[in-house]
Design a binder for this molecule. Sequence first.
Ligand code: BGC
Length: 400
Amino acid sequence: MISFRRSRLLAVTLPGLLLLAACGSNQTAEQTSTPTASAPADSASTKSAAMPTSASFGKTTDGTEVQLFTLANANGVKATITNYGGTLTSLLVPDKDGKMGDVILGFDNVSGYQSPEFVKAGPYFGALIGRYGNRIKGGKFTLEGKEYTLAKNNGPNSLHGGLKGFDKVVWQAEPGTGADGQSLKLTYVSKDGEEGYPGTLTVAVVYTLTNDNALKIDYTATTDKATVLNLTNHAYFNLNHGAGKDVLNHEVTLPADRYTVVDATLIPTGELRPVKGTAFDFTTPHAIGERIGQVPGGYDHNWVLNTATGEHAAATVYDPATGRTLEVTTDQPGIQFYTGNFLDGTLKGKGGTVYGKHAGFCLETQHFPDSPNQPKFPSTELKPGETYHTVSTYKFGVRK
Ligand code: BGC
């Protein structure tokens, strides 16, 4: 089943593609600050709306200055995103008493994301993941009769795009504003052969902070050669981050009757196993910690969402301590629910918070891991002339 939605794409992405053509050439500062044709910023009602603000986020190890953009809405909700790795670094949302708190694991400056300990541990805090979210078995796949070899950066497998995935590149950033809210458009052109993947891939990701307290992430991409693609975001959430506690009390619901069974190296065996009667059954709410002991290593699996296409519910989370809720929707067929099993307290984040085991959880909307080697899984192939387009939304609320 191909789930790239082509019909809807042209109208939405054509203006973006025009912009991307400009990004490929030497863009002038003036062009960079011109609102995109795709942003509804031209209408009279939105013209005066405030733009996201930006500040320096420091210099990367190779001396490139990167920025931190703050998107805000009328409710006081704020998201900060850096163009280093397209990383979501914080998200301030209210609790049941209206108190604002950050719910994202991360660091105060770019050095945190580039420290040797962080790179070695590879937790990918908040980053955009590409070209391929999760693992590809043996770092190899065959497409149109040709075998491609990727870097093995996770035991025998390739994980999250390889040694220098989209999480480690500097994206071109363009803040915007429109009827939906403030936005940040990030673009990146990945060269043919980059990290072993075929085709020049032109990617645009738009983060929008909506007025109903949702962070919407809209991904588009085109290629000039057949390739595989599975883009996602790797935010770690802790709806009570400020308390410095783990997330085991958070209650999770996943509308998924099956999950993909994995081998010892976390590669799917191909089996889609029913969750019924197991610790993987989140079709009704369960605290993360309730049955995690029954899952060796903790949760780090892809759930097969009951609905695979069109916008659908992907996950709901509730934190009884703060009353905060998170609802995830997507058009993707799967979601990786990962409970920060490999965090071990060596990383110290914002405000000195120590990130120990289960300090956060990830809900990575995605196609299934290792799809390029699993003909029965929904296809992740992208061909020239097609446009990859997917949207996932993380909406915050409270329950009193
Ligand atoms: C993977 C984990 C991995 C984590 C951080 C998740 O998407 O499923 O196995 O440890 O990302 O790299």
